[in-house]
Design a protein around this ligand. Structure first.
Ligand code: HAM
Length: 441
């Protein structure tokens, strides 16, 4: 039997509806924050992700890279690089009046990680990038957007960790301090950390290998190497978060797993065990150098991405089901093959009027068809036998009240409408869990 590839998932039925609910919510929130959707390719030339001297695990160990003729291509492991590539390629930096460019995206990303609960090889991210203006207000706004989303999903079990990596000068000073500190301990570090020591000692703080914990804990702190401008920038970000009443904690050890960050970095960590271990629900930060790297002007950006699978898991763990079973308004039951074409016509008419309708197409018994009415929780059963056909009518049974009557075809929609008080926006069908879409109870 063929099997799904490790670290990937199929979604169908109710599970897809959860995704749609999440996607709708994301579109609502990004719209009120003034973000526009962007869609970039799922693969890019490898150099878009594998930038000079990149020391991150994601780039060095986890990318799905393949050659096509003379080219090396990579399935996107994250969204930021492709969006900045596109921002520069399309010269979106050209018109200052249109900056910052506020963009959001949703879609699949690919990382060859060890699969576990909440960690997949194909997963989906929702992310935002706000490029072209450097202001602590925007760093705070990004965190606020992520926070608004998790709150709207009913997720309360998270903690927002923030830190700053400062500007280039501060980071250079800090890197030197880290090299000095770790040099006598090199032999105690894992093989990866020996490479990190040379390439980017900041990465040492992100080491996932247990063991040299004490060495890590006693390592110099970034905050002691910030120059005045970087410290002031971080103070402003914190002030904005305080004003927005967003709870956060300063995490000196937070350096993030990607190399492009400067100044503010943040991660919203799940504090319940819904994800199995302490995983980030959304994470991001500011990047001062990416636009220039891709050939654009000196221009900063800030953004974050959230794992959509993790958002759904966390929301469900806190009792937000995100979707209910899709029920029908009407199930149409032709009692003989002679009635099937008319039944299809009536079903189509119901659908054109916004009702969720389906019909039997297999010529099944009345009993089997009523089972479908039960299974789909249809509000109406429409029975079409030859007597009804000859009279130009259909028998309409309102399931919650069991009332039934013959209705002329041309009056069918008015009859169904009459069960819904459209002006009051209250469903009168009697079904307390009505999802008929014509009103709400
Ligand atoms: P990241 O921290 O690598 O950042 O990923 C962001 C989020 O994607 C994580 O917090 C997590 O929720 C989710 N995620 C990552 N890997 C997996 C996985 N294997 N399975 C399930 N979910 C996962 C970025 O990707 C940056 N591009 C964020 C950013 C945007 N920074 C600035 N702008």
């Amino acid at each position: 039997m063929y099997q799904i590839a490790q670290g990937t998932q199929d979604f169908m039925g109710l599970n897809c509806r959860k995704w749609q609910t999440l996607e709708d919510l994301i579109r609502q929130i990004t719209t009120v924050y003034g973000y526009q959707e962007v869609r970039t390719p799922i693969f890019e030339y490898t150099e878009v992700f594998k930038r000079d001297n990149d020391s991150s695990d994601m780039v060095n160990k986890e990318m799905y890279t393949f050659s096509m003729g003379d080219y090396s291509l990579t399935l996107r492991p994250e969204g930021t690089a492709g969006i900045v590539r596109s921002f520069v390629e399309k010269k979106l930096y050209g018109n200052p009046a249109e900056l910052p460019a506020k963009m959001y995206y949703m879609g699949p990303m690919f990382r060859h990680e060890r699969p576990q609960k909440g960690r997949y090889r194909q997963f989906s991210q929702f992310g935002v990038e706000c490029i072209g203006v450097k202001s602590p207000l925007l760093d705070a706004e990004c965190i606020a957007l992520g926070y608004t989303l998790v709150k709207a999903l009913g997720i309360s079990n998270i903690k927002i960790h923030i830190n700053t990596l400062g500007d280039q000068e501060s980071r250079d000073a800090y890197r030197n301090a880290l090299r000095e500190y770790f040099a006598p301990h090199l032999e105690e570090l894992c093989a990866d950390c020996k490479r990190r020591f040379e390439q980017n000692p900041l990465r040492l703080l992100d080491c996932k290998v247990d063991g040299p914990k004490e060495i890590m804990q006693n390592a110099p702190k970034m905050r002691d190497y910030l120059n005045e401008a970087s410290a002031a920038y971080f103070e402003e970000v914190k002030k904005c978060l305080d004003a927005l009443e967003i709870p956060y904690e300063i995490d000196d050890g937070l350096v993030r797993g990607l190399d492009y960050y400067t100044h503010t970095v943040f991660e919203a960590i799940a504090t319940s065990d819904a994800l199995g271990s302490q995983l980030a629900v959304f994470a991001g930060g500011r990047y001062d150098d990416l636009v220039k790297y891709f050939g654009g002007p000196e221009m900063s950006g800030v953004g974050f991405a959230a794992g959509m699978e993790r958002l759904i898991m966390m929301a469900e763990a806190e009792g937000n089901e995100l979707a209910t079973v899709q029920t029908l308004d009407a199930y149409v039951m032709p009692l003989s093959t002679a009635c099937q074409a008319k039944a299809l016509e009536l079903t189509t008419m119901l659908r054109s009027n916004g009702y969720i309708a389906d019909m039997d197409v297999q010529g099944r018994s009345m009993k089997a068809m009523f089972k479908s009415v039960d299974r789909t929780q249809a509000t109406f059963a429409l029975i079409l036998g030859e007597d009804e056909m000859n009279a130009g009518e259909v028998r309409v049974k309102h399931i919650p009240t069991q009332e039934q009557k013959n209705v002329r075809w041309e009056e069918l929609i008015d009859h169904i409408d009459s069960f819904y008080d459209i002006t009051e926006n209250v469903c009168t069908c009697g079904n307390p869990n009505c999802t008929c879409g014509k009103g709400e109870n």
